[in-house]
Design a protein around this ligand. Structure first.
Ligand code: ADP
Length: 499
Protein backbone atom coordinates (compact mmCIF):
# COMPACT_ATOMS: atom_id res chain seq x y z
CA UNK A 1 0.00 0.00 0.00
CA UNK A 2 1.26 3.49 -0.81
CA UNK A 3 2.51 5.56 2.10
CA UNK A 4 -0.50 7.70 2.88
CA UNK A 5 1.43 10.82 3.69
CA UNK A 6 3.75 10.79 0.72
CA UNK A 7 1.87 12.27 -2.18
CA UNK A 8 2.90 10.88 -5.54
CA UNK A 9 5.17 12.99 -7.66
CA UNK A 10 3.43 13.07 -11.03
CA UNK A 11 -0.05 12.89 -12.50
CA UNK A 12 0.39 10.56 -15.47
CA UNK A 13 -3.15 10.14 -16.84
CA UNK A 14 -5.85 12.49 -17.87
CA UNK A 15 -8.34 12.42 -15.02
CA UNK A 16 -11.99 13.25 -14.67
CA UNK A 17 -12.78 15.24 -11.56
CA UNK A 18 -16.17 16.50 -10.38
CA UNK A 19 -16.22 19.44 -7.98
CA UNK A 20 -19.39 19.87 -5.92
CA UNK A 21 -19.82 23.15 -4.05
CA UNK A 22 -22.37 25.76 -3.02
CA UNK A 23 -20.50 28.88 -4.22
CA UNK A 24 -18.45 29.92 -7.24
CA UNK A 25 -17.48 33.32 -8.62
CA UNK A 26 -18.97 35.02 -10.54
CA UNK A 27 -22.27 33.22 -9.90
CA UNK A 28 -22.72 33.09 -6.13
CA UNK A 29 -20.40 34.26 -3.37
CA UNK A 30 -20.53 34.86 0.34
CA UNK A 31 -16.85 34.22 1.08
CA UNK A 32 -13.55 32.69 0.06
CA UNK A 33 -15.07 29.35 -0.97
CA UNK A 34 -16.46 31.07 -4.07
CA UNK A 35 -13.01 32.39 -5.06
CA UNK A 36 -11.52 28.91 -4.69
CA UNK A 37 -14.20 27.18 -6.74
CA UNK A 38 -13.94 29.90 -9.39
CA UNK A 39 -10.20 29.34 -9.73
CA UNK A 40 -8.89 25.90 -8.72
CA UNK A 41 -10.88 23.93 -11.35
CA UNK A 42 -9.52 26.26 -14.06
CA UNK A 43 -5.97 25.45 -13.02
CA UNK A 44 -6.61 21.69 -12.81
CA UNK A 45 -8.26 21.72 -16.23
CA UNK A 46 -5.32 23.79 -17.47
CA UNK A 47 -3.05 20.90 -16.51
CA UNK A 48 -4.89 18.73 -19.03
CA UNK A 49 -7.68 17.18 -16.96
CA UNK A 50 -11.45 17.21 -17.34
CA UNK A 51 -13.21 19.07 -14.55
CA UNK A 52 -16.95 19.44 -14.01
CA UNK A 53 -18.18 21.87 -11.36
CA UNK A 54 -21.66 21.25 -9.99
CA UNK A 55 -23.46 24.11 -8.23
CA UNK A 56 -27.03 24.98 -7.22
CA UNK A 57 -28.88 27.32 -9.57
CA UNK A 58 -29.93 29.91 -7.03
CA UNK A 59 -32.57 32.51 -7.85
CA UNK A 60 -29.84 35.07 -8.52
CA UNK A 61 -28.36 32.92 -11.33
CA UNK A 62 -30.31 33.63 -14.49
CA UNK A 63 -31.03 30.82 -16.94
CA UNK A 64 -29.83 33.18 -19.65
CA UNK A 65 -26.30 32.15 -20.43
CA UNK A 66 -27.09 28.54 -19.56
CA UNK A 67 -28.52 25.70 -21.63
CA UNK A 68 -30.50 22.68 -20.54
CA UNK A 69 -28.58 19.40 -20.53
CA UNK A 70 -30.83 17.17 -18.40
CA UNK A 71 -34.54 18.12 -18.36
CA UNK A 72 -35.52 15.86 -15.51
CA UNK A 73 -33.57 13.93 -12.94
CA UNK A 74 -35.53 12.13 -10.27
CA UNK A 75 -33.89 12.34 -6.90
CA UNK A 76 -34.94 10.10 -4.08
CA UNK A 77 -35.05 11.95 -0.77
CA UNK A 78 -36.22 9.47 1.77
CA UNK A 79 -39.87 8.77 1.18
CA UNK A 80 -40.17 11.61 -1.31
CA UNK A 81 -39.20 11.67 -4.93
CA UNK A 82 -38.04 15.13 -6.03
CA UNK A 83 -37.18 16.38 -9.48
CA UNK A 84 -34.55 18.72 -10.79
CA UNK A 85 -33.07 19.70 -14.12
CA UNK A 86 -29.44 20.36 -14.93
CA UNK A 87 -28.17 23.34 -16.88
CA UNK A 88 -24.74 24.01 -18.26
CA UNK A 89 -23.01 27.38 -18.67
CA UNK A 90 -22.67 28.30 -22.35
CA UNK A 91 -19.22 29.75 -21.76
CA UNK A 92 -16.49 27.32 -20.88
CA UNK A 93 -13.99 29.33 -18.79
CA UNK A 94 -11.12 27.15 -20.10
CA UNK A 95 -10.91 24.02 -22.22
CA UNK A 96 -11.77 20.94 -20.18
CA UNK A 97 -13.85 22.80 -17.59
CA UNK A 98 -17.68 22.64 -17.57
CA UNK A 99 -20.01 24.34 -15.12
CA UNK A 100 -23.32 22.66 -14.28
CA UNK A 101 -26.22 24.02 -12.26
CA UNK A 102 -28.77 21.95 -10.38
CA UNK A 103 -32.11 23.60 -10.98
CA UNK A 104 -34.65 22.72 -8.32
CA UNK A 105 -36.84 25.81 -7.76
CA UNK A 106 -38.42 24.39 -4.61
CA UNK A 107 -35.01 24.47 -2.91
CA UNK A 108 -32.88 27.02 -4.71
CA UNK A 109 -35.12 29.68 -6.26
CA UNK A 110 -34.53 32.06 -3.35
CA UNK A 111 -32.94 35.42 -2.83
CA UNK A 112 -30.09 34.25 -0.60
CA UNK A 113 -27.83 31.21 -0.50
CA UNK A 114 -28.27 29.89 3.03
CA UNK A 115 -30.78 32.04 4.86
CA UNK A 116 -32.40 35.43 5.27
CA UNK A 117 -33.05 37.91 8.05
CA UNK A 118 -35.15 35.31 9.83
CA UNK A 119 -32.12 33.00 10.04
CA UNK A 120 -30.95 29.90 8.18
CA UNK A 121 -33.45 28.43 5.76
CA UNK A 122 -35.31 25.69 7.61
CA UNK A 123 -34.84 23.12 4.88
CA UNK A 124 -31.08 23.50 4.39
CA UNK A 125 -30.59 19.81 5.18
CA UNK A 126 -32.81 18.85 2.26
CA UNK A 127 -31.56 21.63 -0.03
CA UNK A 128 -27.97 20.51 0.15
CA UNK A 129 -28.86 16.83 0.19
CA UNK A 130 -30.45 17.64 -3.18
CA UNK A 131 -27.18 19.22 -4.37
CA UNK A 132 -25.09 16.17 -3.44
CA UNK A 133 -27.59 13.61 -4.67
CA UNK A 134 -28.19 15.42 -7.94
CA UNK A 135 -24.43 15.74 -8.55
CA UNK A 136 -24.01 11.98 -8.07
CA UNK A 137 -27.05 11.06 -10.18
CA UNK A 138 -26.10 13.48 -12.93
CA UNK A 139 -22.59 12.00 -13.12
CA UNK A 140 -24.19 8.64 -13.89
CA UNK A 141 -25.64 10.07 -17.10
CA UNK A 142 -22.10 10.19 -18.47
CA UNK A 143 -20.35 7.26 -20.15
CA UNK A 144 -17.34 7.84 -17.99
CA UNK A 145 -17.33 7.67 -14.21
CA UNK A 146 -15.33 10.33 -12.39
CA UNK A 147 -11.95 9.39 -10.98
CA UNK A 148 -12.48 11.88 -8.20
CA UNK A 149 -15.46 13.52 -6.57
CA UNK A 150 -14.13 16.60 -4.82
CA UNK A 151 -16.70 17.95 -2.37
CA UNK A 152 -16.39 21.24 -0.52
CA UNK A 153 -17.69 22.15 2.94
CA UNK A 154 -20.80 20.85 4.67
CA UNK A 155 -23.05 21.80 1.77
CA UNK A 156 -21.44 19.08 -0.37
CA UNK A 157 -20.37 16.72 2.41
CA UNK A 158 -23.07 14.18 1.60
CA UNK A 159 -21.22 13.31 -1.61
CA UNK A 160 -18.54 11.25 0.18
CA UNK A 161 -21.10 10.03 2.73
CA UNK A 162 -23.46 8.75 0.02
CA UNK A 163 -20.69 7.26 -2.12
CA UNK A 164 -19.46 5.22 0.85
CA UNK A 165 -22.91 4.08 1.96
CA UNK A 166 -25.87 4.13 -0.42
CA UNK A 167 -23.75 3.95 -3.59
CA UNK A 168 -21.12 1.64 -2.13
CA UNK A 169 -22.02 -1.34 -4.31
CA UNK A 170 -22.67 0.72 -7.44
CA UNK A 171 -20.34 -0.65 -10.15
CA UNK A 172 -20.31 2.73 -11.89
CA UNK A 173 -18.34 4.26 -9.01
CA UNK A 174 -16.03 1.27 -8.61
CA UNK A 175 -12.90 3.32 -9.30
CA UNK A 176 -14.10 6.68 -7.89
CA UNK A 177 -12.41 8.26 -4.86
CA UNK A 178 -13.83 11.08 -2.76
CA UNK A 179 -11.90 14.09 -1.51
CA UNK A 180 -13.46 16.44 1.01
CA UNK A 181 -12.14 19.94 1.56
CA UNK A 182 -12.93 21.85 4.74
CA UNK A 183 -12.90 25.58 4.06
CA UNK A 184 -14.21 26.42 7.51
CA UNK A 185 -14.84 24.12 10.52
CA UNK A 186 -17.11 26.74 12.01
CA UNK A 187 -19.96 25.86 9.64
CA UNK A 188 -20.98 22.24 10.04
CA UNK A 189 -24.51 21.78 8.75
CA UNK A 190 -25.94 20.62 12.06
CA UNK A 191 -29.56 19.47 11.91
CA UNK A 192 -32.14 17.69 14.05
CA UNK A 193 -32.15 13.94 13.60
CA UNK A 194 -35.25 14.16 11.39
CA UNK A 195 -32.89 15.44 8.67
CA UNK A 196 -31.63 11.92 8.23
CA UNK A 197 -34.84 10.43 6.82
CA UNK A 198 -35.74 13.71 5.11
CA UNK A 199 -32.47 13.59 3.16
CA UNK A 200 -32.88 9.85 2.63
CA UNK A 201 -29.63 9.01 4.40
CA UNK A 202 -29.13 5.39 5.42
CA UNK A 203 -30.11 4.85 9.06
CA UNK A 204 -26.78 3.17 9.78
CA UNK A 205 -24.96 6.49 9.22
CA UNK A 206 -26.57 7.74 12.45
CA UNK A 207 -23.99 6.59 14.97
CA UNK A 208 -20.98 8.16 16.63
CA UNK A 209 -18.57 6.80 14.00
CA UNK A 210 -20.84 8.19 11.27
CA UNK A 211 -22.83 11.42 11.01
CA UNK A 212 -24.36 11.50 14.46
CA UNK A 213 -23.14 14.35 16.69
CA UNK A 214 -24.64 14.59 20.17
CA UNK A 215 -28.03 13.40 18.93
CA UNK A 216 -28.02 15.58 15.82
CA UNK A 217 -26.96 15.02 12.22
CA UNK A 218 -23.68 16.70 11.32
CA UNK A 219 -23.05 16.95 7.57
CA UNK A 220 -19.45 18.17 7.92
CA UNK A 221 -18.68 15.18 10.10
CA UNK A 222 -20.05 12.94 7.34
CA UNK A 223 -17.53 14.46 4.93
CA UNK A 224 -14.67 13.91 7.37
CA UNK A 225 -15.65 10.35 8.25
CA UNK A 226 -16.44 9.01 4.78
CA UNK A 227 -14.04 10.78 2.38
CA UNK A 228 -10.91 8.98 1.19
CA UNK A 229 -8.90 12.08 1.99
CA UNK A 230 -9.64 15.30 3.82
CA UNK A 231 -7.95 18.52 2.92
CA UNK A 232 -8.07 21.92 4.43
CA UNK A 233 -6.84 25.18 3.07
CA UNK A 234 -3.56 25.77 4.91
CA UNK A 235 -1.00 23.61 6.67
CA UNK A 236 -1.39 25.43 9.97
CA UNK A 237 -5.19 25.09 9.98
CA UNK A 238 -4.88 21.35 9.21
CA UNK A 239 -2.96 21.06 12.50
CA UNK A 240 -5.15 23.49 14.44
CA UNK A 241 -8.38 21.63 13.70
CA UNK A 242 -6.96 18.61 15.47
CA UNK A 243 -6.93 20.57 18.74
CA UNK A 244 -9.88 21.31 21.05
CA UNK A 245 -9.25 25.06 20.70
CA UNK A 246 -9.90 25.09 16.94
CA UNK A 247 -11.69 21.80 16.26
CA UNK A 248 -15.19 23.18 16.98
CA UNK A 249 -16.11 19.90 18.64
CA UNK A 250 -14.83 17.75 15.78
CA UNK A 251 -11.12 17.71 16.66
CA UNK A 252 -11.34 14.08 17.82
CA UNK A 253 -13.03 13.08 14.55
CA UNK A 254 -10.28 14.81 12.56
CA UNK A 255 -7.56 13.22 14.71
CA UNK A 256 -9.03 9.79 13.92
CA UNK A 257 -8.37 10.58 10.26
CA UNK A 258 -5.02 12.31 10.86
CA UNK A 259 -3.17 10.11 8.33
CA UNK A 260 -5.57 11.26 5.62
CA UNK A 261 -5.62 14.97 6.46
CA UNK A 262 -3.65 17.33 4.21
CA UNK A 263 -3.15 21.09 4.32
CA UNK A 264 -3.02 22.62 0.85
CA UNK A 265 -2.83 26.39 0.79
CA UNK A 266 -5.35 28.23 -1.35
CA UNK A 267 -3.92 30.09 -4.28
CA UNK A 268 -4.87 33.45 -5.70
CA UNK A 269 -6.31 34.08 -9.11
CA UNK A 270 -3.96 36.85 -10.22
CA UNK A 271 -6.05 37.42 -13.33
CA UNK A 272 -8.67 38.84 -10.90
CA UNK A 273 -6.46 40.28 -8.17
CA UNK A 274 -3.46 42.16 -9.45
CA UNK A 275 -2.94 45.94 -9.36
CA UNK A 276 -1.20 45.89 -12.74
CA UNK A 277 -4.40 44.81 -14.54
CA UNK A 278 -7.26 45.46 -12.09
CA UNK A 279 -10.11 47.18 -13.98
CA UNK A 280 -11.81 48.37 -10.78
CA UNK A 281 -9.04 50.60 -9.42
CA UNK A 282 -8.38 54.28 -10.16
CA UNK A 283 -4.83 53.78 -11.42
CA UNK A 284 -2.93 50.61 -12.22
CA UNK A 285 0.48 50.13 -10.62
CA UNK A 286 3.20 47.56 -10.06
CA UNK A 287 6.32 47.17 -7.88
CA UNK A 288 8.43 49.19 -10.33
CA UNK A 289 6.02 52.07 -10.28
CA UNK A 290 4.07 52.54 -7.07
CA UNK A 291 2.88 56.07 -7.91
CA UNK A 292 -0.53 54.76 -9.00
CA UNK A 293 -1.19 53.50 -5.48
CA UNK A 294 -1.44 57.10 -4.24
CA UNK A 295 -4.15 57.78 -6.83
CA UNK A 296 -5.96 54.68 -5.60
CA UNK A 297 -5.73 55.98 -2.03
CA UNK A 298 -7.16 59.36 -3.06
CA UNK A 299 -9.98 57.63 -4.93
CA UNK A 300 -10.74 55.41 -1.94
CA UNK A 301 -10.85 58.32 0.52
CA UNK A 302 -13.25 60.12 -1.83
CA UNK A 303 -15.40 57.01 -2.03
CA UNK A 304 -15.77 57.13 1.77
CA UNK A 305 -16.13 60.94 1.88
CA UNK A 306 -13.02 61.19 4.04
CA UNK A 307 -10.35 63.93 3.96
CA UNK A 308 -7.83 63.38 1.18
CA UNK A 309 -4.88 63.27 3.52
CA UNK A 310 -2.52 61.01 1.61
CA UNK A 311 0.22 61.01 4.24
CA UNK A 312 -2.01 59.73 6.98
CA UNK A 313 -1.81 55.90 7.17
CA UNK A 314 -5.02 54.21 6.02
CA UNK A 315 -6.00 50.84 7.46
CA UNK A 316 -8.45 48.72 5.45
CA UNK A 317 -10.68 45.80 6.39
CA UNK A 318 -12.90 43.71 4.11
CA UNK A 319 -14.77 40.94 5.80
CA UNK A 320 -17.81 38.92 6.52
CA UNK A 321 -19.05 40.30 9.84
CA UNK A 322 -18.83 37.13 11.91
CA UNK A 323 -17.47 36.12 15.32
CA UNK A 324 -14.51 34.51 13.60
CA UNK A 325 -13.12 37.74 12.20
CA UNK A 326 -11.94 39.58 15.30
CA UNK A 327 -14.21 42.64 15.28
CA UNK A 328 -14.59 42.30 19.04
CA UNK A 329 -10.87 43.06 19.35
CA UNK A 330 -11.24 46.12 17.13
CA UNK A 331 -14.16 47.31 19.25
CA UNK A 332 -12.27 46.75 22.52
CA UNK A 333 -9.23 48.65 21.28
CA UNK A 334 -11.03 51.32 19.28
CA UNK A 335 -10.10 54.26 21.50
CA UNK A 336 -6.40 53.41 21.34
CA UNK A 337 -6.65 52.71 17.61
CA UNK A 338 -8.21 56.09 16.98
CA UNK A 339 -5.58 57.68 19.23
CA UNK A 340 -2.96 56.70 16.64
CA UNK A 341 -2.61 58.77 13.49
CA UNK A 342 -4.36 56.12 11.34
CA UNK A 343 -7.70 56.28 9.56
CA UNK A 344 -9.86 53.26 8.77
CA UNK A 345 -12.03 52.05 5.92
CA UNK A 346 -14.16 49.00 6.62
CA UNK A 347 -16.30 47.02 4.17
CA UNK A 348 -18.38 44.28 5.72
CA UNK A 349 -21.60 42.37 5.60
CA UNK A 350 -23.07 39.89 8.04
CA UNK A 351 -24.12 39.74 11.70
CA UNK A 352 -26.35 42.56 12.84
CA UNK A 353 -24.49 42.90 16.15
CA UNK A 354 -21.24 43.75 14.31
CA UNK A 355 -23.05 46.05 11.88
CA UNK A 356 -24.40 48.04 14.81
CA UNK A 357 -21.08 48.07 16.62
CA UNK A 358 -19.17 49.34 13.58
CA UNK A 359 -21.89 51.86 12.80
CA UNK A 360 -21.59 53.34 16.30
CA UNK A 361 -17.83 53.77 15.85
CA UNK A 362 -18.24 55.31 12.43
CA UNK A 363 -20.96 57.70 13.66
CA UNK A 364 -18.58 58.99 16.33
CA UNK A 365 -15.68 59.66 13.94
CA UNK A 366 -16.89 59.52 10.32
CA UNK A 367 -13.79 61.40 9.11
CA UNK A 368 -11.50 58.76 10.56
CA UNK A 369 -13.58 55.61 10.34
CA UNK A 370 -15.23 55.04 6.97
CA UNK A 371 -17.79 52.26 6.91
CA UNK A 372 -19.70 50.52 4.13
CA UNK A 373 -22.10 47.80 5.25
CA UNK A 374 -22.48 45.90 2.00
CA UNK A 375 -21.10 43.15 -0.13
CA UNK A 376 -19.34 45.06 -2.87
CA UNK A 377 -16.67 43.39 -4.95
CA UNK A 378 -15.59 46.56 -6.74
CA UNK A 379 -15.11 48.41 -3.47
CA UNK A 380 -13.14 45.42 -2.14
CA UNK A 381 -10.68 45.88 -5.02
CA UNK A 382 -10.47 49.62 -4.33
CA UNK A 383 -9.68 48.99 -0.66
CA UNK A 384 -6.98 46.46 -1.52
CA UNK A 385 -5.37 49.04 -3.80
CA UNK A 386 -6.00 52.24 -1.80
CA UNK A 387 -5.25 51.23 1.78
CA UNK A 388 -1.72 51.20 3.22
CA UNK A 389 -2.31 48.50 5.80
CA UNK A 390 -4.75 45.59 5.80
CA UNK A 391 -6.01 44.44 9.18
CA UNK A 392 -7.16 40.85 9.73
CA UNK A 393 -7.27 40.02 13.45
CA UNK A 394 -9.15 36.72 13.06
CA UNK A 395 -9.84 34.44 15.99
CA UNK A 396 -9.27 31.63 13.50
CA UNK A 397 -8.67 31.72 9.75
CA UNK A 398 -8.57 28.54 7.64
CA UNK A 399 -6.66 30.28 4.86
CA UNK A 400 -7.81 33.85 4.38
CA UNK A 401 -7.59 35.42 0.98
CA UNK A 402 -7.60 39.14 1.64
CA UNK A 403 -4.19 39.17 3.30
CA UNK A 404 -2.78 37.43 0.20
CA UNK A 405 -4.50 39.92 -2.11
CA UNK A 406 -3.06 42.65 0.11
CA UNK A 407 0.48 41.40 -0.38
CA UNK A 408 0.03 41.64 -4.14
CA UNK A 409 -1.36 45.18 -3.84
CA UNK A 410 1.50 46.42 -1.64
CA UNK A 411 -0.96 46.81 1.24
CA UNK A 412 0.93 45.56 4.25
CA UNK A 413 -1.01 42.97 6.28
CA UNK A 414 -1.35 43.06 10.06
CA UNK A 415 -2.76 39.71 11.09
CA UNK A 416 -3.27 37.38 13.99
CA UNK A 417 -0.88 34.41 13.66
CA UNK A 418 -3.49 31.74 13.06
CA UNK A 419 -4.21 29.29 10.22
CA UNK A 420 -3.45 30.57 6.75
CA UNK A 421 -2.67 34.04 8.08
CA UNK A 422 0.33 32.58 9.87
CA UNK A 423 1.36 30.54 6.82
CA UNK A 424 1.26 33.46 4.37
CA UNK A 425 2.54 36.50 6.29
CA UNK A 426 6.23 36.61 7.26
CA UNK A 427 7.05 38.92 10.16
CA UNK A 428 8.96 42.00 9.13
CA UNK A 429 12.38 42.60 10.66
CA UNK A 430 13.65 46.16 10.54
CA UNK A 431 17.20 44.88 11.00
CA UNK A 432 17.29 42.57 7.98
CA UNK A 433 14.59 44.28 5.95
CA UNK A 434 13.07 40.84 5.34
CA UNK A 435 9.41 39.94 5.84
CA UNK A 436 6.04 40.99 4.50
CA UNK A 437 3.86 42.08 7.40
CA UNK A 438 3.13 42.10 11.12
CA UNK A 439 1.49 39.43 13.22
CA UNK A 440 0.45 38.82 16.80
CA UNK A 441 -0.30 35.63 18.71
CA UNK A 442 -2.61 36.40 21.62
CA UNK A 443 -6.23 37.04 20.84
CA UNK A 444 -6.28 40.31 22.77
CA UNK A 445 -6.78 43.92 21.78
CA UNK A 446 -3.45 44.84 23.41
CA UNK A 447 -1.58 42.36 21.18
CA UNK A 448 -3.42 43.73 18.16
CA UNK A 449 -2.52 47.28 19.17
CA UNK A 450 1.15 46.41 19.52
CA UNK A 451 1.24 45.06 15.96
CA UNK A 452 -0.69 48.01 14.55
CA UNK A 453 1.70 50.44 16.26
CA UNK A 454 4.69 48.51 14.86
CA UNK A 455 3.21 48.80 11.39
CA UNK A 456 2.53 52.52 11.86
CA UNK A 457 6.12 53.07 12.99
CA UNK A 458 7.38 51.37 9.83
CA UNK A 459 4.93 53.43 7.75
CA UNK A 460 6.63 56.53 9.10
CA UNK A 461 9.93 55.47 7.51
CA UNK A 462 9.52 55.85 3.76
CA UNK A 463 12.43 53.59 2.72
CA UNK A 464 11.47 50.83 5.12
CA UNK A 465 7.86 50.97 4.01
CA UNK A 466 8.71 50.79 0.31
CA UNK A 467 10.86 47.75 1.00
CA UNK A 468 8.04 46.13 2.97
CA UNK A 469 5.54 46.78 0.18
CA UNK A 470 7.85 45.36 -2.46
CA UNK A 471 8.68 42.28 -0.36
CA UNK A 472 4.98 41.40 -0.30
CA UNK A 473 4.36 42.25 -3.94
CA UNK A 474 7.17 39.86 -4.93
CA UNK A 475 5.56 36.85 -3.21
CA UNK A 476 3.86 34.33 -5.47
CA UNK A 477 0.72 32.61 -4.21
CA UNK A 478 -0.62 31.60 -7.62
CA UNK A 479 -2.71 28.46 -7.94
CA UNK A 480 -0.17 26.54 -10.00
CA UNK A 481 1.66 24.90 -7.09
CA UNK A 482 -1.53 24.14 -5.13
CA UNK A 483 -3.31 22.67 -8.15
CA UNK A 484 -0.32 20.32 -8.60
CA UNK A 485 -0.62 19.28 -4.98
CA UNK A 486 -4.30 18.40 -5.37
CA UNK A 487 -3.43 16.34 -8.44
CA UNK A 488 -0.70 14.52 -6.53
CA UNK A 489 -3.22 13.75 -3.81
CA UNK A 490 -5.76 12.45 -6.37
CA UNK A 491 -3.08 10.19 -7.89
CA UNK A 492 -2.06 8.83 -4.50
CA UNK A 493 -5.68 7.96 -3.68
CA UNK A 494 -6.33 6.36 -7.06
CA UNK A 495 -3.24 4.19 -6.88
CA UNK A 496 -4.06 3.20 -3.29
CA UNK A 497 -7.59 2.34 -4.44
CA UNK A 498 -6.27 0.24 -7.33
CA UNK A 499 -3.90 -1.78 -5.07
P1 ADP B 1 -14.07 33.95 4.37
O1 ADP B 1 -14.14 32.88 3.34
O2 ADP B 1 -13.98 33.44 5.77
O3 ADP B 1 -15.16 34.96 4.25
P2 ADP B 1 -11.63 34.79 3.02
O4 ADP B 1 -10.62 35.84 3.35
O5 ADP B 1 -11.11 33.43 2.71
O6 ADP B 1 -12.70 34.78 4.17
O7 ADP B 1 -12.43 35.25 1.72
C1 ADP B 1 -13.28 36.33 1.72
C2 ADP B 1 -13.58 36.71 0.30
O8 ADP B 1 -14.82 37.40 0.28
C3 ADP B 1 -12.57 37.63 -0.29
O9 ADP B 1 -12.54 37.50 -1.69
C4 ADP B 1 -13.13 39.01 0.10
O10 ADP B 1 -12.70 40.04 -0.74
C5 ADP B 1 -14.60 38.77 -0.06
N1 ADP B 1 -15.44 39.59 0.80
C6 ADP B 1 -15.71 39.40 2.11
N2 ADP B 1 -16.57 40.34 2.55
C7 ADP B 1 -16.82 41.14 1.50
C8 ADP B 1 -17.65 42.30 1.31
N3 ADP B 1 -18.36 42.81 2.30
N4 ADP B 1 -17.69 42.86 0.07
C9 ADP B 1 -16.96 42.33 -0.95
N5 ADP B 1 -16.17 41.25 -0.83
C10 ADP B 1 -16.10 40.66 0.37
Amino acid sequence: MANRNNLKQSAPSKRKIIFVASECVPYAKTGGLADVIGALPKFIAGLGHTVDVVLPRYGRISREGLHLVAPSLSISMGENLKFCSVWQANQQPVTGLSLYFIDCPEYFEREELYGDKAGDYKDNAQRFAMLSRAAIEFSKRSDEAPDIFHAHDWQAALVPALLKTEYNGDWFFGKTCAVFTIHNMGYQGLFDSYALPAAGLPVHTFHSAGMEFYGQVNYLKGGIVYADAITTVSKKYSQEIQTPEYGQGLDGVVRERAADVHGILNGIDYSEWSPAIDPFIAQKYDPKNLEGKRDCKRDLLREFHMPEDLDRPLIGMISRLADQKGFDLVAQGIQELLATNASFVVLGSGDTKYQQLLQRISDLQPQRFGLRLAFDNKLAHKIEAGADIFLMPSRYEPCGLNQIYSLKYGTVPVVRATGGLDDTVEPFSSTTGEGTGFKFDDYTSSALLRSVREALDAFGQRETWNRLMRNGMARDFSWTASAERYLQLYETLLSRHAD
